[in-house]
Design a protein around this ligand. Structure first.
Ligand code: PLP
Ligand code: COI
Length: 339
């Protein structure tokens, strides 16, 4: 434990002390329990294994200058997990139980919350799965919800430095009326081949186009997309992307800072007009985009030539991090400060 090098953490799994669990059976969720067991003992015919009844979330906790731990927007994650459950017919977990489990998971693993100034954070991973046996394609009758936590550094090795993305037109992560708006494992399974290909080609992630027309920007593999021009933040409106809580927060910060906001379909051609571009998410925070190559079409859109993020992205990044760390006031009540 004393060997954790907080300043050089990657985005990966490190064992912590406890994970928190509850089980749904006979119409009710059990009392929250804490365990140090990293494994699950489930039926071989569980629906999560065969029919993808699995949803997850991602949120973070930070240590402030005052030494207090702050959890960012956990209620939004609870609500989004409920939406994912409705999307694939799983039992919804009440918001209050989700929040209680998050707080418990963080408190019981307090020694793993990275210190103020390290740049690292505690990543909180809630998971909900169908556990009872089905052989026909039907939803489970029983479910398990759990939360584990792990200290993490930046998702992309560059951190807050511009990174290259690629458009790979022969792959989609979601269908036009499919499950792209839910945070479920199937969407990530669908993105693995393209993601691997992007990495082999030297890119940090895929930027997906809308799966119907291949004309509009959808989102990055693990994060939403935004472009900046004329002091305006422009982000795709699409029925096949995840509603990102970071993106929602950045749109509010833009309003607070007098930056324009447009949420609308973004045609690929418009990339050529952006002064800055970025992808945003819990893991990615804001990752500025260096360039986007549409390899099949032989097009390239460049946003950073000097290896630096643009001024609007930088301002937004600093503001978001300051609220998360407690360096600045939290006017919208996004942060839960642990006592
Ligand atoms: N889009 C996808 C596909 C993601 O996996 C994530 C990560 O959670 C996001 C967007 C960003 O969402 P959020 O800001 O809520 O983390
Ligand atoms: C997150 O940002 O929390 C994510 O879930 C992205 C990725 C790790 C799947």
């Amino acid at each position: 434990m004393s060997t954790i090098d907080w300043g050089n953490l990657a985005f990966g799994y490190i064992k912590t002390d406890y994970n928190i669990r509850t089980h749904y059976k006979d119409g009710k969720w059990s009392e929250l329990e804490a365990t140090s067991d990293e494994t699950l003992n489930i039926h071989m015919a569980a629906t999560c294994l065969h029919y993808g009844q699995e949803a997850f979330e991602g949120l973070k906790a930070f240590t402030g200058k005052d030494g207090k731990i702050r959890i960012f927007r956990m209620r939004e994650n609870a609500l989004r997990m409920q939406s994912s459950c409705r999307g694939i017919l799983m039992q919804e977990l009440p918001v209050e139980i989700f929040e209680e489990a998050v707080v418990k998971a963080v408190k019981m693993n307090e020694r793993f919350v990275p210190p103020y100034g390290s740049g690292a954070s505690l990543y909180i991973r809630p998971l909900l799965i169908g556990t009872s046996a089905q052989v026909g394609v039907k939803p489970a009758a029983e479910y398990t919800f759990l939360i584990f936590v792990t200290p993490v550094g930046p998702y992309f090795k560059e951190g807050f430095k511009p990174t290259p993305l690629v458009i790979l037109r022969s792959y989609d992560r979601a269908a036009p009326h499919g499950t792209g708006t839910y945070k479920i494992g199937g969407n990530y399974a669908a993105s693995l081949v393209a993601g691997n290909k992007a990495h082999e080609m030297g890119y940090s992630a895929v930027l997906y186009l809308d799966p119907k027309e291949k004309k509009y920007i959808d989102e990055g593999g693990p994060a939403n997309f935004f472009g900046i021009k004329n002091n305006t933040y422009i982000t795709p409106d699409s029925s096949s992307i995840l509603p990102s809580i970071t993106n929602m927060s950045l749109m509010q910060l833009c309003k607070d800072l007098g930056i324009g906001v447009e949420k609308r379909p973004v045609p690929e051609d418009e990339l050529a007009t952006f002064e800055e571009a970025g992808i945003c998410g819990t893991a990615a925070v804001i990752s500025p985009v260096e360039r986007i190559d549409d390899v099949e079409e032989n097009k390239s859109y460049v946003f950073s030539k000097d290896g630096k993020a643009g001024p609007v992205s930088t301002k937004l990044y600093e503001k978001l991090r300051a609220i998360q760390n407690g360096d600045e006031p939290d006017p919208h009540g996004w942060v839960t400060v642990l006592g």
